[in-house]
Design a protein around this ligand. Structure first.
Ligand SMILES: Nc1ncnc2c1ncn2[C@@H]1O[C@H](COP(=O)(O)OP(=O)(O)OP(=O)(O)O)[C@@H](O)[C@H]1O
Ligand SMILES: [Mg+2]
Length: 367
């Protein structure tokens, strides 16, 4: 399948110092939704704006539908108008003096090459898709935030662009509406077979919407993979941490065979772990673990230890335990309303598949 979007070695530098986007490579096959996920300032919006043509890249190449739209080395830059893309932003970009229907019809009347056909039926079909058919003749300013964002979405979908770019389109909505529109957005994009590049710092949004997720940090793309792989096989300790592996155990590599490593945790003992990195014996390592993957009160076949519960926090749906383990601290999460484990000694199993070992780059002090 051809790539609807291909980004090769993209660099964008605003001023002297670190580039905002620093050698990013990825592609979006037709019909797929790729989500760029990362903390504030990591370069997500800049990447998206380079694709849109709103920002002039410093280096690299961007192709949309097999056509190069930006390649500074060759002085090549196609204007945003000629890129056949749709865009939805955080702010509801709608025409305030128009009705819902007029807003959605606008691009069909004013864009070149919209494919012709019956404008009225295209507008109604798209309003149906976003659940606003009954609102067609309302002034757009009389709508709620969520409804206005649907109008903005309909306006970008109505002319069926080759590529839809979305930059945190749900961030201005309240929490409940955000979840509803997030789930609906997935349905709408899949129903239209739209190819999309979606930017967010919200993990849940990334998981629901993305066929693949690209995690960015400081202008670099650290990992691009399906959500399940990002969550269960993080390629990098930042990816593990950013997607919720909040526990880190520090130690030294004893041995490694392929993706299996044995780590010496000192007083806590030895632990078997999975690793994506070519660790060598003697390397300092940090082992990342999700709080919900640790088993309390259970003795497993491997990585079975004894820890000590020092604190419990009941949070309604779940209970969080602070567990001391060979001089290091673990946070363990269990679903359920009752605290199952009392303060004091407790059996502890860290399933090896859920222990991910990375080279410790000195993020924290350890001998
Ligand atoms: N027009 C600009 N001039 C100078 N620096 C800029 C400009 N736009 C962005 N930057 C810088 O580039 C870096 C990346 O910004 P960008 O907006 O792409 O981040 P982001 O990942 O979208 O963050 P957020 O989640 O906060 O929206 C930041 O350090 C930012 O300050
Ligand atoms: Mg941004």
């Amino acid at each position: 399948m051809s790539s609807a979007l291909l980004i090769e070695n993209l660099v964008k530098r605003f001023a002297a110092g670190k580039p905002a986007v620093d050698g990013v490579n990825f592609d979006v096959p037709a019909g797929e939704i790729v989500v760029l996920l990362g903390p504030s300032g990591c370069g997500k919006t800049t990447t998206l704006r380079c694709v849109a043509g709103l920002e002039h890249p410093t280096g690299g190449r961007i192709s949309i539908g097999g056509r190069v739209v930006s390649e500074p080395e060759r002085n090549l830059l196609v204007s945003p108008r000629e890129r056949d893309i749709g865009m939805v932003f955080q702010s509801y970009a709608v025409w305030p003096h128009m009705t819902v229907r007029q807003n959605v019809a606008y691009p069909l009347k004013h864009r070149r090459g919209n494919g012709g056909g019956n404008i009225e039926s295209k507008v109604l079909e798209t309003l149906e898709l976003v659940g606003l058919r009954d609102y067609a003749d309302r002034p757009v300013t009389s709508l709620s935030g969520g409804q206005m964002q649907r109008v903005a979405l309909a306006r970008s979908l109505v002319y069926r662009p080759q590529l839809l770019l979305l930059d945190e389109p749900l961030s201005n909505l309240d929490a409940k509406l955000r979840i509803r529109l997030r789930d609906e957005l997935r349905r709408i994009l899949k129903q239209t077979g739209m190819t999309g590049l979606y930017v967010t710092h919200d993990q849940a949004e990334a998981v629901v919407l993305g066929d693949r997720i690209g995690v960015m940090r400081e202008g670099k793309l650290l990992q691009m993979a399906p959500p399940g792989e990002i969550y269960n096989r993080p390629a990098d300790s930042f990816v593990a941490n950013f997607t919720g592996a909040s526990n880190f155990l520090l130690g030294k590599v004893l041995e490694r065979q392929g993706e299996r490593a044995t780590i010496d945790l000192g007083a806590a003992g030895r632990i078997e772990a999975w690793t994506p990195q070519p660790l060598s014996p003697g390397d300092r390592a940090r082992v990342a673990l999700r709080a919900e993957n640790i088993r309390l009160g259970e003795r497993g076949p491997a990585n079975s230890f004894t820890g000590r519960v020092v604190e419990r926090r009941y949070q309604g749906m779940q209970t969080v335990y602070d567990v001391e383990f060979g001089g290091q601290k673990l946070e363990v999460l269990e679903l359920g309303t009752a605290a199952r484990h009392q303060d004091g000694d407790v059996a502890l199993t860290l399933p090896p598949d859920t222990c991910w070992a990375y080279r410790d780059e000195g993020q924290s002090a350890i001998d």
